[in-house]
Write a protein that binds this ligand. Structure first.
Ligand code: PGA
Length: 257
């Protein structure tokens, strides 16, 4: 089963429109029209999406993601952005269930599930984040936490929705800390995530789903992590803010499975 690796830059609350434009221009000049052999996605803040799209100028090798979306269609939801609005901006992916959204904004599995469904209605591809805290891992709850997040988050999604979804396993203790999961820890968790997907959708579908690793991915650890059989790319925060570092991760980590 061949799965195309997918690398996504999660800029979080960094880079306004002009910095996003500079980043895109810099990447395009560095790659000089050479095609990527993997999928590449950048996720700017909402406000920088139009400038990023404009700077990409229909460059087919790089897709755009939003970092969030509303679970509602339209109406009295101050501060929210709908999936239809995102589609109008040529956004193709949306990051959902990130641990920062769960921890800081209180997003529950139920809310995340509603957002995943809304995203799929608009044909957006979710990057669905899951992961355990250090406390949960140390208490031996890794598998039960991941199983709950997966089962509740994906409730009601079809097989087609599942194959259009990218899962990002991001141990919370590795995000922004400089501490990366070892490749053994990451592979073990990824294999477990795939087995839970297989329990729900069957092994054939599970074998197609791309599972990214996230949490302190850097140019110097990308190759080792991405060589693991169940790791199909990365969701990158801090190290994606610099165009060269993002490109180095992509180049070092592109391993076809
Ligand atoms: P990090 O963030 O690469 O800075 O650890 C990853 C993420 O939160 O997606």
């Amino acid at each position: 089963m061949s799965r195309k690796p997918i690398f996504a830059a999660n800029w979080k609350m960094n880079k306004g429109p002009s910095e996003a434009e500079d980043f895109v221009k810099s990447i395009l000049s560095k790659i000089q029209n050479q095609p990527f052999s993997c999928d590449v996605v950048i996720a700017p803040a909402y406000i920088a999406l139009p400038k990023a799209a404009e700077a990409l100028n229909n460059h087919h090798g790089i897709a755009i993601a939003a970092q969030n979306c509303s679970q509602f269609d339209s109406g009295a939801y101050t501060g929210e952005v709908s999936v239809v609005m995102l589609r109008e901006l040529l956004v193709h992916y949306v990051i959902l269930g990130h641990s920062e959204r769960r921890a800081i904004y209180g997003e529950t599995d139920e809310v995340i599930n509603a957002k995943l469904k809304k995203a799929r209605e608009a044909n957006l591809r979710p990057i669905f984040c899951i992961g355990e805290t250090l406390q949960e891992r140390e208490a031996g709850k890794l598998e039960s936490v991941l199983r709950t997040q997966i089962t509740e988050g994906l409730k009601g999604l079809s097989e087609k929705d599942m194959t259009e979804t990218v899962v990002a396993y991001e141990p919370v203790w590795a995000i922004g800390t400089g501490v990366t999961a070892t490749s053994e820890q990451a592979q073990e968790a990824h294999a477990f995530v795939r087995s839970v997907i297989a329990d729900i959708y069957g092994p054939e579908t599970a074998a197609k789903v791309r599972i990214q690793y996230g949490g302190s991915v850097k140019p110097n650890n990308a190759a080792e992590l991405m060589a693991c059989p169940d790791i199909d790319g990365a969701l990158i925060g801090g190290a994606s803010l610099d165009p060269q570092s993002f490109l180095d991760i992509i180049h070092n980590g592109t391993v076809e499975k």
